[in-house]
Ligand binder design. Structure first.
Ligand code: M6P
Ligand code: ZN
Length: 203
């Protein structure tokens, strides 16, 4: 019998071990998040990307952000091993703001196993998902609450917060997919999203 109190660090550590132990069959689990309360911990890894981590993806350097080094986005993962058969799910918080006049965005990536898709579900705020293939096809799709964006296999993807509030979205993809950032760093995305003349401009 588990005598650890739910929510305690020990309990969470035990739960994490149970979910990821190699060779063991996973047990079903559930996890509750509460956006209103700002509780989005999905029990797995948390990745925080600050301006200094991602400044190279933006068109220009912003001296103010250089000084302040704010968080641009955070990703809360579920405790799922990166293996075929499983699904990773996560919640991304993409903060509002701009680097000069370019909206805050995620690094963007292809999947290492490129024939794997991903689904985003908007939970809060408003933004765009930029999608691109290696042969130069490009699309942008709005993400907002109640909207699902389907990213098929072979499409790189990047989220952009085009609003003045926090953008929150849920994502799920085959857990073994992997993140290929190098290709996006080398090629860039065909289009960027700016705030120009009081308008959102994709160019
Ligand atoms: C979404 C998913 C994650 C990704 C995150 C941040 O939540 O696509 O897999 O890690 O966005 O995007 P990136 O890794 O490109 O910085
Ligand atoms: Zn992905």
């Amino acid at each position: 019998m588990c005598l650890l109190s739910k929510g305690s660090r020990q309990y969470e550590r035990r739960k994490w071990r149970t979910l990821t132990d190699a060779g063991k069959m996973m047990r079903p689990f559930d996890v509750l998040f509460d956006l209103a309360e700002g509780k989005v911990n999905l029990l797995g890894n948390r990745t925080v990307r600050r301006y200094s981590d991602v400044k190279h993806i933006f068109h220009e350097i912003d001296p103010k952000l250089e000084r302040e080094n704010p968080i641009i986005y955070e990703v809360f993962e579920a405790p799922i091993a990166e293996k075929e058969g499983d699904l990773m799910f996560l919640i991304t918080l993409l903060y509002p703001g701009r680097v000069k006049n370019e909206f805050f965005m995620t690094k963007g990536h292809y999947h290492v196993f490129e024939n794997t898709a991903e689904v985003y579900l908007g939970l809060k705020g408003k933004g765009l998902v930029l999608c691109q293939t290696r042969n130069g096809d490009f699309e942008s799709h709005e993400i907002c609450p109640n909207k699902v964006v389907y990213i098929p296999p072979y499409w790189a993807h990047r989220a952009v917060n085009t609003s003045s509030e926090l953008l929150v979205f849920f994502g799920v993809y085959p857990a073994h997919a992997g993140h290929d950032y190098k290709s996006v760093e080398a090629e860039g995305f065909k289009k960027r999203v700016f705030f120009e003349n009081d308008k959102i401009c994709i160019r």
